[in-house]
Design a protein around this ligand. Structure first.
Ligand code: PLP
Length: 370
């Protein structure tokens, strides 16, 4: 096992930003409940409201539109559960798919981009109450035409939800300009703490609370607020927003360094979604004939942390419905890993990945030849 680690799994979770850590630590010393009217309570309330402003600024929303939740999964559930007819894209995160069971799925093309013509057709035939389309895919980084989809949905009288968990903090996210009614964010993907997120709810859109029994979050989400987590989220959102303009290009250059090296080394390697607009930090790379689990383990031993292309929420790798939807053959889809970078990624990390990937590729080629 290599002693030096190279963390290239930022889409799974990002390391805590120092600003978020400081905000968390400070908030732990604020004793009050934000619902209390005394000075201690008001101090806690101030932390929550300051964070709301920062998260709203990152999301292009108004502070009153931000409802804090326990994370992206809860925000997706709050947006979708209980809605009668939902239409989702075929590449949504599991937390969307599980909250919209039985929903019709809008197909994607071979690059992983939602097919807007198919969306229009399905809107006309299914007449859904709500359409859910993510802004950026967690496995491939492929960006979706959310604003165009939202316009089509509106023409057909449907509301629109957008899971922006992977996009927020990596590219500009503008809730208002996207024209969606509901949007999901998660703190830990952008350098905040795990276990806190938000659903932005457009003014005038009624949200039936998923969690009831208290008047918090303007009656949209009951329960005493996770004050420290929310303060950490706010600090991370502010830091992410101020770094947004400068962070993308270096990440895209590092990603290109990886993809160029891998495809030069191995003409049979595949970069999924490469033909589409993508997040600057994500590469989904297939090494034909070598199962993703084997790659993840070999890279881990070499000090490089990546994940299997498929979401693996319980540590076990399941078949990727995203690559499936892109028409990738079964065998090939099982050989894809996700490499995801962040603001702390350096050339040394990219080069360590390439070296370890090459070692494995060459070792497997020798084994096949023997
Ligand atoms: N949506 C997407 C696209 C994600 O990638 C994730 C996390 O992997 C989630 C939702 C869930 O967010 P959380 O981990 O905050 O529950």
């Amino acid at each position: 096992m290599s002693a030096t680690r190279h963390y290239l799994d930022w889409n799974a979770t990002a390391p805590l930003r120092p600003e978020a850590r400081a905000a968390l630590v400070d908030a732990f010393d604020v004793a009050g409940n934000p619902s209390s009217v005394h000075a201690e309570g008001r101090a806690a309330r101030r932390l929550v409201e300051a964070a709301r402003e920062r998260v709203a600024a990152l999301a292009g929303a108004r502070p009153a539109e931000v409802v804090f939740t326990s994370g992206g999964t809860e925000a997706n559930a709050a947006a979708l559960l209980g809605v009668e007819t939902v239409l989702v894209s075929a590449v949504e995160h599991d937390s969307v798919l599980a909250s919209a069971r039985g929903a019709a799925r809008v197909p994607v093309d071979g690059r992983g981009v939602v097919d807007l013509r198919a969306l229009e057709r399905i809107l006309a035939s299914e007449r859904p109450a709500l359409v859910s389309i993510m802004l950026a895919n967690n496995e491939t980084g492929v960006l979706q035409p959310v604003a165009e989809a939202a316009e089509l949905a509106r023409e057909h009288g449907a509301r629109v939800h957008c899971d922006a968990v992977q996009a927020a903090g990596k590219i500009t996210v503008d809730f208002t300009a996207l024209g969606v009614d509901l949007m999901t964010l998660s703190a830990h993907k952008l350098g905040g703490p795990k276990g806190v997120g938000a659903l932005t709810v457009r003014e005038g859109v009624e949200l039936v609370p998923l969690i009831r029994g208290g008047g918090q979050e303007l009656r949209r989400r009951a329960g005493t607020e996770n004050v420290a987590g929310i303060a950490g989220f706010g600090a991370a959102a502010e830091a992410a927003l101020s770094a947004l303009e400068t962070a993308g290009a270096p990440m895209a250059a590092l990603r290109a360094r990886i993809e160029d090296a891998v495809t030069e080394l191995a003409p049979d390697a595949v970069v999924y979604g490469a033909g589409a607009s993508r997040l600057p930090n994500t590469a989904c790379i297939g090494m034909p004939g070598v199962p993703a689990e084997t790659q993840v383990m070999a890279l881990d031993l070499a000090g490089v942390a990546v994940s299997a292309g498929a979401a693996c929420s319980s540590g076990k790798v399941t078949r990727s419905h995203v690559l499936d939807a892109m028409g990738v053959a079964d065998g090939a889809a099982g050989c894809a890993i996700r490499v995801s970078l962040g603001w702390g990624s350096a050339v040394a990390d990219a080069d360590a990945f390439v070296a370890a990937w090459r070692d494995l590729y060459e070792r497997k080629a020798r084994e096949r030849a023997a």
